[in-house]
Design a protein around this ligand. Sequence first.
Ligand code: SAM
Length: 451
Amino acid sequence: MKRFEGAGGKKPGAVPVKRSFVKARPASAGPTRSAEEAQAKVSPARRVAFEILLLVGAGKGHNDELLHGVRTEELSPEDRKLATALVMGVLRWEIALDARVRNFLERPEQKLPEPVALALRMGAFQLQHMNRIPAHAALSESVELCRAAGHPHATGMVNAILRKVAAAQKPKERIFESTAAFAERLGHPRWLVERWVEHYGRDAAIKICEADQEEPASGGLFAISDDEKMPQMDDGSRLVAEIAAAAAPVVEDRALRVWDCCAAPGGKTLMLALRTEGDVLASDVSAKRTAHMEARLRRFPYGAKVRGVVSDAAKLAEEEGEFDLILCDVPCSGTGTLARNPEIRQRLKPEELARQALRQREILAAAMKRLAPGGRVVYSTCSLEPEENERVVEAVAGAEWRRVGVDRLIGRVEGLRQDLGSAVRDGQLRTLPGVHACDGFYAVVLERASG
Ligand SMILES: C[S@@+](CC[C@H](N)C(=O)[O-])C[C@H]1O[C@@H](n2cnc3c(N)ncnc32)[C@H](O)[C@@H]1O
């Protein structure tokens, strides 16, 4: 976890007090400080982080959108950094922080109201992971957040628990930890980590968990390019797009036809447009996401080779015809991207993997039907779960399909800084966070066995 290097306590500054999460206090509650007064004592960065975390926890928004939305516009750059560090850090460490707090509760099994649990979590996060934040600021502002959110009776408990968290030694790492123990220590749900241990082994599972707790850094897998033509994207996405581009078959006497069938927000589409000679059709089922993608494409000269369409991949209009190269970068659980999208671990339920797999099979099967003779399909996800990856391919691609060796295609990708030999097995790519210098991605390239 990167330590926050910015401001510690409350900043002077005239940020207006928002009433968004301030709860009215009944008159019968006596002369204690009001919720408004309490909120005025909270620094703008912590107030905004608290609001955003409440919304994310209630499933009312994605942290990335909220952190780039109206709430953070009013913040100074320094406060925006602190709010971002708090939101991302609390989401990454939520499971471990809650376990720590539970240790000090009189009744560890009791269910606290969410704003109280969040005030404790935010306080504990600052005390344990942000060594530049003074303990008194972390503690007193958590108490005020709890009061401002309408829980004045819980403030004594929040104060007492956070004092205990501050005073306690960090738990020592044991010489041997069970999967449950290191999953909790590293802030992951046990069921998910048990799967990774089963599929990738204990050492790799620990590395994945550790990588998920870090700020994702780019430039690990590819040499940083100062080529202004390059679209901005994370290294894992770039790797998949470069492999897809390297898989483009040679066509004679006509332009190559490329279809990116789950294209928004268009990162891989742009790489395909940059790297291939083809005309690219970029479709996505979401009209809003397609509109954002089209705006992004317009910022690059080679984006002009791309035509955006709103369409379910399984229902693309017949008149669009057949394609030589199809990229199915399907929607998935995203378990390879927990450093970037930490809240996935809180939301995802094991039963959801089967639902994702069903949709993925439909998309891949539909795409394969649109392949021109000699064409190739690239199927990819940012999931670490076999049900969404090799199992989908096994279910859809029968004996008439064969894999094009990904190792051969990787050999054509320029600028790679890491040997990806360990990421290729049975002709398929499988990167693991912490093991490879990028997020977790799966990719396979398929063509008809008859050619
Ligand atoms: C993993 S994202 C694609 C990311 C994109 N390829 C990129 O690199 O920027 C999956 C996309 O699939 C879209 N999607 C979901 N179901 C779909 C379907 N049935 N047909 C087409 N697109 C779909 C989602 O709206 C989402 O934009």
